[in-house]
Ligand binder design. Structure first.
Ligand SMILES: [Ca+2]
Ligand SMILES: [Ca+2]
Length: 246
């Protein structure tokens, strides 16, 4: 098995962040290629997960049918992943670029006040704030850092308290103004709903377009959900989602 993977990795690379795919296939660096050229090939692919890329698996590329004859699918089952008519390829072995992350002080008064103000706007009148993560990173590479904040009411929230919450926010500069974008807000926990935790992970330029994608993980006792996001000029786009949870 290990030998087979090494052989496959020595070939090439497919990446499609939009479909959460990273794999191996022939081609030059980062251009959209017609998928049909690669039909029938055995490919290694990995999903973008919490800590970056998941464990490699091997699939064959097959041609779509019905309404989507020009699409290429990864595998031959009903659960196959539709890569669409084109996907991005990159040279084997090249690792995605990663951004410089600057960890901000989670006890910074201005950050705590900002989260408190935001949560109040959600109807929690006197919120406690624990910032689990505060990161400054230039995601869209426009020279200005965005700020990602993951916060909770406390580190051991319960389903009984109406004041417990979890929030994930992005702060981005748009022109002269700062814009706040919500990636997730969870409160009103009850049986089979929370308590939640959120974490920003897996920062990299997975599709090679020059800007960084990142993964936002949301966890509760019932499962984990990973969203892959991109930011451009203060606009947040969810590229894909994988996992289980609310
Ligand atoms: Ca930026
Ligand atoms: Ca990218």
């Amino acid at each position: 098995m290990i030998a087979a993977l090494i052989v496959l990795m020595a070939q090439t690379s497919i990446v499609s962040v939009n479909r959460l795919i990273v794999g191996e296939c022939a081609g030059k660096v980062w251009t959209d290629k017609p998928g049909r050229r690669h039909l029938g090939k055995e490919l290694e692919w990995r999903q973008v997960l919490a800590n970056g890329l998941g464990t490699p698996e091997t699939f064959k590329l097959v041609q779509g049918g019905g309404s989507f004859p020009d699409h290429v699918y990864l595998g031959e089952n009903v659960t196959d992943i539709d890569l669409g008519p084109t996907f991005r390829v990159r040279v084997a072995g090249s690792k995605p670029k990663t951004p410089k992350l600057v960890a901000l002080n989670p006890r910074d008064r201005a950050l705590l006040d900002f989260v408190r103000f935001y949560v109040r706007s959600k109807g929690i009148t006197n919120p406690k704030v624990v910032i689990d993560q505060a990161l400054a990173v230039d995601l869209d590479r426009d020279g200005m850092k965005e700020v990602l904040i993951s916060a909770r009411s406390r580190t051991n929230p319960t389903i009984e308290s109406k004041d417990d919450y979890c929030v994930a926010l992005l702060r981005a500069r748009v022109g002269q103004a700062m814009k706040t974008i919500e990636l997730g807000y969870y409160s009103n926990y009850r049986q089979q709903y929370g308590p939640f935790e959120s974490e920003f992970v897996g920062f990299a330029d997975y599709d090679g377009d020059g800007t960084f994608e990142f993964v936002h993980a949301v966890k509760d006792p019932w499962g984990e959900l990973y969203g892959v996001y991109r930011v451009r000029r203060g606009r947040l786009v969810k590229l894909s989602e994988v996992g289980e949870g609310d």
